[in-house]
Design a protein around this ligand. Structure first.
Ligand SMILES: NC(=O)c1ccc[n+]([C@@H]2O[C@H](COP(=O)([O-])OP(=O)(O)OC[C@H]3O[C@@H](n4cnc5c(N)ncnc54)[C@H](O)[C@@H]3O)[C@@H](O)[C@H]2O)c1
Length: 334
C-alpha cells in the first residue's frame, strides 16, 4: 500500500523529507503540501507529480486523500497540527520539538491517550543512525556491564548570527538528551549546565556548554555542546559500563595514510553525518504506517525532551542543579 502523505511546512527540512519520500524511499507519495508562505508551497507542489498546494494545515489534515501527515513547520505551530491530526485519527510524523512548551506537549499527550492508540512519531533521528543503534545493541548485550556514565559530544563548525545560548540546549543538546534517555533506557532526574571558558569565535554566546544529566538510576551523562569549533561537524558518544567501554567510531569510510600521518574526513554538517539516519527513520515510519502502527520516538519521548530542555534553561540561568519533573507515564507508552 502506498501511504499518501500531506506535508505541513515546506521549508528546509520539509523539502528535504519530500525529496527522500519522492526519490529515495519506497511506499510513500506526497499528495498535498502547505506553508504559511503560499508561494513556496505552490512551487514545491508544482515540482511533484501529483501534489496539490492547500491553503492551510487543517485543509491538509482533513483531505480524504491524505493518509498520514508530516509536520515540518516551525516548532510553535506543532501542537495545533499534531492535535488536529490525532483528532482526525491520522498518523503524524512531527519533526522535533514535539511542541515548544511542556503544556503543549501535555495537550498532545492527553489527546493521544484519549484517542486510545499511538499515532504520533517525533523526529529524533539519531535513534536510526547505524552507530547509535550499534551502541544500543552493545549495551543491551551486557558486554560492558551496566552503564554508569555517558559522554556525548555535539560539535558544529559554526552557527548563524541569530543562534542563542538557549538554542544550544533547546535545538542542539536536545538530540543528546533524547539519545541518552534511549540508550540508557532511563529518565532524567536533574540537570546542571556549566559554562567553560568561552570560545572567542562565538562572541557573546556561551559556547561551549557542558550539560550534565543525572539519570533516575544514578548514571551521569556529560553533554558537550560546541557550536563554533571550526574543524567540522563531529558527533561523539561513549558509554562507560561496569566492565567495559563502548565508543562511537569515526564516521568516515576511508582512512588515508601518507607521509607518516593518517587522516579521515570529518563531516561538513548534520545533513552529511545523518543523511542515512533520516532515510531509515522515514522508511521505518512509512512501513509502520502502512501496517497501521507506529513504533518510533513517541509523544512521551517528545514531552520528556521538552521537560528536560526547560530544566536545562533554568539550570543555565541559575548555575545550580534543576529538577526534571514529569507526570506519570500513561500505559499507552509503556
Ligand atoms: N530532526 C532534525 O535534526 C531537524 C533538523 C532541522 C529542522 N528540524 C525541525 O524541523 C522544523 C522546521 O525546521 P526548518 O529548518 O525546516 O525551518 P524552516 O524555517 O526552513 O522551515 C519551516 C517552514 O514552516 C513554515 N511555517 C511556519 N509556520 C507555519 C504554520 N503555522 N503553518 C504552516 N507552515 C508554517 C515556514 O514558512 C517555513 O517554510 C523545526 O521544528 C526544526 O526544529 C529538525
Amino acid at each position: 500500500m502506498t501511504v499518501r502523505i500531506g506535508v505541513i511546512g515546506t521549508g528546509m527540512i520539509g523539502q528535504d523529507h519530500i525529496r527522500r519520500l519522492t526519490h529515495v524511499l519506497a511506499g510513500g507519495e506526497v499528495v498535498a503540501v502547505t506553508d504559511t508562505d503560499a508561494a513556496r508551497a505552490k512551487e514545491v507542489a508544482g515540482n511533484l507529480k501529483a501534489a496539490k498546494a492547500c491553503g492551510t494545515g487543517q485543509e491538509v489534515i482533513d483531505d480524504p486523500n491524505v493518509d498520514a501527515v508530516l509536520v515540518t513547520s516551525w516548532g510553535p505551530s506543532h501542537e495545533e497540527y499534531v492535535t488536529a491530526a490525532i483528532k482526525a485519527g491520522k498518523f503524524v510524523f512531527c519533526e522535533k520539538p514535539l511542541a515548544t512548551t511542556e503544556q503543549a506537549c501535555l495537550n498532545i499527550l492527553e489527546a493521544e491517550v484519549a484517542h486510545g492508540k499511538r499515532l504520533v512519531q517525533v523526529g529524533f533521528m539519531r535513534r536510526y543512525d547505524h552507530a547509535y543503534r550499534a551502541l544500543k545493541r552493545t549495551i543491551e548485550s551486557g558486554e560492558i556491564g551496566a552503564p554508569l556514565m555517558m559522554t556525548s559530544g555535539h560539535r558544529n563548525p559554526s552557527v548563524p548570527g541569530h543562534y542563542t545560548s538557549d538554542m544550544a540546549i533547546v535545538d542542539t543538546a536536545v538530540h543528546d538528551i533524547d539519545i541518552a534517555r534511549w540508550l540508557l533506557d532511563d529518565e532524567i532526574s536533574e540537570t546542571l549546565v556549566i559554562k567553560p571558558r568561552q570560545n572567542a569565535r562565538g562572541g557573546e554566546l556561551h559556547d561551549p556548554l557542558m550539560t550534565i544529566l543525572r539519570m533516575r538510576g544514578g548514571a551521569l551523562v556529560n553533554i558537550e555542546t560546541s557550536v563554533n569549533i571550526e574543524y567540522g561537524y563531529d558527533i561523539r558518544g561513549e558509554i562507560v559500563g561496569e566492565t567495559g567501554v563502548a565508543t562511537i567510531a569515526e564516521s568516515n569510510a576511508v582512512v588515508v595514510k601518507t607521509k607518516g600521518m593518517f587522516s579521515g574526513r570529518v563531516p561538513e554538517d548534520w545533513r552529511e553525518r545523518f543523511i542515512r539516519a533520516y532515510d531509515v527513520e522515514l522508511q521505518e515510519w512509512l512501513d509502520a504506517t502502512s501496517k497501521g502502527t507506529v513504533q518510533g520516538p513517541s509523544t512521551w519521548d517528545g514531552y520528556a525532551a521538552t521537560v528536560a530542555t526547560d530544566a536545562g534553561l533554568v539550570a543555565l540561568k541559575s548555575g545550580a542543579w534543576a529538577p526534571v519533573t514529569m507526570r506519570d507515564k500513561p500505559s499507552l507508552y509503556a
